[in-house]
Design a protein around this ligand. Sequence first.
Ligand SMILES: Cc1cc2nc3c(=O)[nH]c(=O)nc-3n(C[C@H](O)[C@H](O)[C@H](O)COP(=O)(O)OP(=O)(O)OC[C@H]3O[C@@H](n4cnc5c(N)ncnc54)[C@H](O)[C@@H]3O)c2cc1C
Length: 392
Amino acid sequence: MNCDIAVVGGGPVGVVAALALRDAGFSVVMVERGKAPAAFDVARYDSRVYAIAPASAQLLERLGVWPSIAAARVSPYTRMQVWERAAELGLCFDTSDSGHGALGWIVEQGLILSAAWARLGSLPTRVGVDAEALLLPDDDQDRAELRLSNGEVLRPRLVVAADGADSPLREQAGIETVTWTYAQRAIVAQLSMRSARPRTAYQRFLPTGPLAFLPQADGRHSIVWSADSTRAAELLAMDDATFGAALGEASQYALGELLDVSPRIAFPLRLLHARDYHRAGLVLVGDAAHAIHPLAGQGANLGFADVAQLAETLAAARDAGRDWASARTLSAYSRARKAANLEMLALTDGLYRGFGAGIPGLRELLGIGMEAVNRFAPIKSLLAKQAAAGTG
Ligand SMILES: Cc1cc2nc3c(=O)[nH]c(=O)nc-3n(C[C@H](O)[C@H](O)[C@H](O)COP(=O)(O)OP(=O)(O)OC[C@H]3O[C@@H](n4cnc5c(N)ncnc54)[C@H](O)[C@@H]3O)c2cc1C
């Protein structure tokens, strides 16, 4: 089957890429080896949540996805408190610093996926089907060849790899990565805290890793607690009362005591950046191009920004009468996104190392730095704008 673009991966970035490229006027096929997401059940809370930045919400709005998300459940946050040694000495962003109505919205992963998949409509999909082998275009053939596990062969001008951090397509194309596995795991759970402020996200940097509290619409919080492997194993094994005491101590009771907590799950953490974002006939977006530490809640936001840039760059080349799948066009996309992605990667890695790596004197310096920054509104404003725009 011939088409303009085959998007491989129906995760949050892949499905949004399929919608954005279709809306930009390209014929698109989306391939996902897993199942289609289940219809969102408002009676249940998904323990995986994303902090969605305003730029991502705008993209989802343009694609018609945001209205069903907003109608189901979103939790805006207007204040973010970040500290290391004492809550009152840390950084505090609020909407007056950023000039936006909200710093971001906490949205469940299952809701983003089901709302975005529902917008695919008649867009052709191959679900439960693996993209197995990729043959890139060459001098004789201006289309890629993508062999699927159902025996079908797709012949798109461009393959968009949204196949996640392990990206089989990136591997097949021989694109190298810089990879660093953090000796940490992120523990995710939902919980109720006795005296949290409404619409406030909290983050404390501990020597063992950052602990974030993201406010849910029902007044509970989702936590992402990154801890070195030994500590993570201890936290997972604790009974709820012992976990509550550990959490209270770790957060210095800035949100009061733990009232109840869901089962805890853990994710391994790594940093990954592809050396190139494209080959002839192939382009990388989302975690296939870059995976970052979740401490700034920016991974999917960077992927959505990749998608917005890619759709804009391809459509502009086509509308100007140029070859929209050429190396020149793909280089323009790559240049635009690499700088922003690397900046955020360096920022999150720097924060992780600065607070966690125990370099003598550095944490102390950053602790003092944060307190100074808190008194300096223009820097706060810049930081908040960058966080809110999701561009690093
Ligand atoms: C603990 C934690 C908290 C996080 N919090 C946030 C947050 O608050 N905000 C935020 O923006 N980001 C956050 N992130 C990051 C975010 O989860 C990722 O950036 C995001 O999931 C990447 O989406 P993706 O679509 O690129 O990749 P994925 O979600 O990995 O999706 C890839 C898809 O490709 C499919 N696939 C793979 N290979 C093939 C193939 N050969 N054929 C067909 N299909 C294939 C897979 O089945 C999968 O569905 C967090 C991450 C972690 C670990």
